[in-house]
Design a binder for this molecule. Structure first.
Ligand code: ADP
Length: 272
């Protein structure tokens, strides 16, 4: 890919062809670089929990001093296995979402139902962390898409909102239909994201410094938002956010509504 196509002494059209091929080669090279970095990052992230598992098991095998110590070590092992599992699941999901499912496989998804189910799922975690999880206005909205992928978007955004909001804070979920689209918003009163870090948050494996230091005990893979972005784009939507450090963050996902002409209603009805 370092090689460049040179066509000497040939007319404009051949020059143009060479230029096109060379720019394609550049794009392929850039793509391969991204893939290589991704693989290196993934391997690195997988090695961290594996190393922790190995070290706990080694200490346990070499004679933990008491049954309590042994038990503690095994609890650590289970926790690290959980982290490993979460990472592998997210890697699989990311590769699935980036493969861009054919639109023909999309189904009609009730976003309203999905939203309430996601909120239900996180209400326990939120309560345990002392965060108030509120549902604001949630309009009825049907979208065309992959139900499982859309569920993951909601789950990742809610998970982050609850994770990065200290006790006493609040998370508010809304879904508002506006014309031919629905705008889903998840607003929190949490740690916020610094200006410098805002431009990186959709990058795979990126975790802001504050996520590591100011939300202790809060794990993450740095893949959640990459997955959200790829799913939302596959659905012809947009994902955006607004964040102020120490004030909070609002993520907004805008998705096109399912075409009403293909719903239960016939396009010929109601025209008279
Ligand atoms: P993670 O698994 O670390 O949560 P994500 O890809 O979901 O990875 O998010 C990337 C980073 O963006 C997080 O590590 C965190 O620093 C920042 N972030 C995401 N959502 C929020 C939020 N609601 N409040 C503050 N920071 C956030």
């Amino acid at each position: 890919l370092e090689e460049r196509l040179i066509i000497r002494g040939s007319g404009d059209e051949l020059d143009q062809l060479a230029e096109t091929i060379n720019s394609l080669l550049d794009r392929i090279a850039a793509y391969l670089n991204v893939k290589r970095d991704f693989l290196a990052n993934a391997a690195h992230e997988l090695r961290t929990p594996l190393a922790a598992i190995r070290s706990s098991v080694e200490v346990a095998l070499n004679g933990a001093r008491s049954p309590e110590e042994y038990e503690d070590l095994m609890v650590d092992v289970i926790e690290e296995c959980g982290a490993l599992e979460a990472l592998v699941n997210q890697l699989l999901l990311l590769s699935e979402t980036e493969a861009e499912l054919p639109v023909a496989q999309f189904q009609r998804v009730d976003l309203n139902d999905l939203t309430f189910k996601a909120v239900d799922m996180f209400s326990g975690v939120a309560e345990a962390r002392g965060v108030k999880l509120r549902v604001g206005r949630v309009d009825y909205a049907l979208v065309e898409g992959n139900r499982n992928h859309l569920r993951q978007v909601l789950n990742n955004l809610l998970d982050n909102a609850v994770k990065y909001t200290p006790a006493g804070g609040e998370v508010t979920v809304e879904a508002i239909v506006d014309g031919t689209s629905v705008r889903l918003s998840i607003a929190d009163t949490g740690t916020g994201i610094s200006n410098e870090e805002q431009q990186h948050i959709f990058q795979r494996f990126f975790r802001a410094e504050s996520a590591r230091t100011r939300s202790p005990g809060v794990g993450g893979t740095g893949l959640g938002l990459s997955i959200c972005q790829s799913v939302v784009h596959n659905h012809g939507g947009e994902i955006a956010f607004n964040s102020v450090i120490d004030r909070g963050t609002t993520f907004t996902v805008t998705l096109p509504l399912a075409d009403s002409a293909t719903t239960e209603e016939s396009p010929f009805q109601g025209s008279g």
